[in-house]
Design a protein around this ligand. Structure first.
Ligand code: GTS
Length: 218
């Protein structure tokens, strides 16, 4: 399998963490796509992923799978435990819901903030910016962090008692928050404590070393 990604990117981090959690490193080759040069918007990359985003998983038979959730579900179903997307119908439902919520309320919101209310990937890539929309999404992300802080006061992981794709999605959100220097609200100590625990996981700690960093960070 190949994974087309950008080694420091928050979304690519989600798939890198999933690869490591599933012990699939030896089956994956990483191909670097330079976001700052806009390589993800060129026709040859759009042929792999219409949406022009990273990461993209390329299978041996030439199938391309984009979207972190879809890629994680694919990897999860390749090998057994530990499962990242749940085994029972209830687990699967709750994990999917909380993962999507982590995207909507934190990760995707920070991404919109980055692309619309900061220089983002630079003028050659950011052809349309709407700073008001970006700032609204920044505030949404801060509200989302407070929501997840409440969740993590009640339970050890985002979707309950076990580590899952939902944790990975929220980790992506906090990685993006660090990149854009958006501080977690001071009162969110449960969220901070959870994130400190997540950073101790080898899959999270070593995500950048799965491949040689070829390019400068986002
Ligand atoms: N919904 C997509 C997913 O889950 O895979 C979002 C992917 C995404 O936004 N990826 C970022 C991207 O391609 C990569 S990174 O910012 O995390 O490095 N951004 C470039 C762009 O122009 O939107």
């Amino acid at each position: 399998m190949k994974i087309h990604d950008w080694h420091t990117g928050p979304y690519p981090a989600r798939v890198r963490i999933a690869v490591a959690e599933k012990g699939l490193h030896s089956q994956v080759t990483f191909v670097s796509v330079n976001l700052r040069k806009g390589e993800h918007k060129r026709p040859e990359f759009l042929a792999k992923n219409y949406s022009g985003t990273l990461p993209v998983l390329e299978l041996e038979d030439g199938t391309f799978i984009a979207e972190c959730t879809a890629i994680t579900e694919y990897l999860d179903s390749l090998v057994g435990s530990p499962t990242l997307t749940g085994t029972t119908p209830r687990e699967k439902g709750v994990i999917h819901m909380m993962s999507r919520r982590a995207e909507l309320e934190v990760l995707d919101a920070i991404s919109v903030y980055f692309h619309h209310a900061t220089p983002g990937l630079g003028p050659d890539v950011e052809l349309y910016q709407n700073p008001d929309w970006g700032l609204r999404q920044r505030d949404r992300a801060l509200r989302g962090m407070r929501y997840f802080d409440e969740v993590l006061r009640r339970q050890p992981f985002v979707a309950g008692e076990a580590f899952s794709m939902a944790d990975i999605s929220l980790i992506g959100g906090l990685i993006f928050a660090e990149l854009v220097k958006l501080p977690v609200p001071a009162e969110c100590d449960a969220l901070e404590a959870w994130y400190a625990r997540m950073q101790e996981r080898p899959s999270v700690r070593n995500r950048l070393t799965l491949s040689d960093p070829a390019e400068a960070p986002v």
